[in-house]
Write a protein that binds this ligand. Sequence first.
Ligand SMILES: [Zn+2]
Length: 69
Amino acid sequence: MHKRWTIDKIKAFVENNSESKLLTTEYHGFSQNLLFTCKCGNNFEKTFTKFKNNNQRKCDVCQPPKVSR
Ligand SMILES: [Zn+2]
């Protein structure tokens, strides 16, 4: 069973599991880019899947994208 995510649950997850804040106020699905504010003040966009499953919970400055080898 897949968990159904709502914007409220996502917001709570973001607040409990990262130092970023969620700016997006509507959730339309897992492929949607959500807008976050990093603790450094930068805004960044990411899908919730990446945020949650790939641990990409900061902006590209604080957490540069991994280079695949
Ligand atoms: Zn940052």
